[in-house]
Write a protein that binds this ligand. Structure first.
Ligand code: ADP
Length: 401
């Protein structure tokens, strides 16, 4: 069974092709285009690459195309992306303005190009379905909550991958197996007694921290929207709700302009005075740019804040895991995050940390009670696995095979 997982940005298309034949899962192909001007052509070129590499004869060989969809009104988990589902995503465009619109237009283009191929989305919110209600509620009137104003949590595919992979690496295959059954069958009752406690730090263009107990999320730093929690590359992170009415009343800021500033000019970019890549910010800070240094300090402070929150809720941690662009690649940022935590049993091995490259590595000292690890994430694999289970559960056969 071949499943294509497509990662859609407003000007990018990335993909991975997985094959689940013979009881094995293999990634057959990965590729992508940046600065895409003509999206239908990019889809065509993606299919051409898969054909040229000999993986498919035509799109009919794809059992499904999977998408790491972000959020939709009234939908969660793994879902067939028909027009009704796409409209449910559209209803949340203003909550996820950087994420939902490119997915919606991309999914519609895939549907036009391959109308007979099932398109299936795994929503990023799915991993938090079992999080305790107290962790997901805002203290707002009930009517607001019922209208959708609640903490959702995102980066679900990435944190789920880390939940399972870290369990395997810690010798807890039992927890990994149990966690793998979650999502589609939904009926598994999560075990809540303190057992395997993981804090997963997805630090990248957008960043979030999840607390994970026995493979099940207990919460995530992202709340209602993927603009909340830690500061992101150019999105704001947590902000007191009263900041907006204050600015709108005192400066005449319009709602549209406020939304644009919070989504495109804030976060690390806003703090550093224009740089949204951590590598540039680090270079600037080393040159003595105080705003760049402050951006790094805020990022580290916020990361520690959320690690601390889950460390307490989990009654400690067996491991803290770093993943995604910053988490996998920036040893200096990891070092700053892990500084002076020895009284909590968190001791970084500075040399191991500095020599860790973007691959699975243990970066704590051998006697550190809390293990520190770098694990490259694999969100597409999580999506592909769930799409496969969705197809099997709903007996959706490839229209060819
Ligand atoms: P996204 O959240 O968009 O998926 P990534 O996980 O790819 O983001 O992370 C991208 C970010 O990671 C960049 O903005 C940059 O700040 C940071 N980064 C640091 N070092 C590297 C590196 N060597 N390769 C890629 N990204 C890096």
């Amino acid at each position: 069974m071949k499943i294509l997982v497509a990662n859609l940005g407003s000007t990018s298309l990335k993909w991975r092709l997985f094959d689940f034949s013979d009881r094995q899962e293999r990634m057959l192909h990965k590729g992508g285009f940046e600065r895409v001007a003509d999206y239908p052509k990019a889809i065509e070129d993606c299919l051409a690459q898969l054909r040229d590499a000999g993986h498919i004869a035509s799109e009919k060989d794809l059992a499904a195309v999977g998408f790491k969809t972000v959020m939709a009104r009234g939908l969660n988990g793994c879902v067939r992306l028909d027009e009704k589902a796409v409209q449910a995503m559209e209803a949340y465009n203003s909550i996820a303005p950087a994420h939902n619109p490119p997915y919606i237009s991309g999914i519609r283009l895939f549907a036009q190009r391959m109308p007979k191929t099932p398109l299936v989305g795994l929503f990023e919110t799915a991993f938090y379905r079992w999080a305790p209600e107290a962790a997901m509620r805002y203290a707002v009137p009930r009517a607001w909550h019922e209208a959708g104003v609640r903490r959702w949590g995102f980066h679900g595919a990435s944190h789920k991958f880390i939940a399972e992979r870290s369990a395997e690496l810690l010798g807890r295959e039992d927890v990994a197996q149990r966690a793998r059954r979650l999502y589609v069958d939904g009926g598994t009752s999560p075990v809540r007694k303190p057992d395997l406690r993981i804090i997963s730090c997805h630090l990248g263009g957008s960043s979030s921290i999840s607390g994970i107990l026995n493979g099940v999320a207990i919460g995530n730093s992202l709340g209602l929207s993927p603009q909340s929690g830690l500061p992101h590359n150019n999105r704001v992170g947590d902000l007191d709700a009263f900041a907006l009415p204050f600015l709108m009343r005192t400066t005449g800021l319009t709602l549209e302009e406020a939304e644009r500033l919070m989504c495109k000019e804030s976060g690390l970019k806003g703090l550093s005075g224009g740089h949204n890549d951590i590598r540039d910010i680090q270079t600037q800070a080393a040159l003595g740019n105080r705003d760049a240094k402050l951006a790094l300090d805020v990022f580290v402070h916020q990361t520690r804040h959320w690690i601390g929150a889950y460390f307490l809720q989990l009654n400690g941690a067996d491991a803290i895991v770093f993943t995604a662009g910053i988490g996998e690649n920036r040893s200096e940022v990891r070092e700053a995050i892990c500084a002076n935590l020895d009284h909590l049993g968190i001791v970084l091995d500075v040399e191991k940390n500095r020599s860790a490259r973007a691959q699975e590595s243990a970066i704590s000292t051998p006697d550190s009670p809390v293990k520190l690890m770098v694990i490259p994430t694999n969100e597409e694999l999580v999506v592909a696995r769930e799409v496969k289970r969705f197809l099997e559960k709903h007996c959706i056969a490839n229209h060819k095979s």
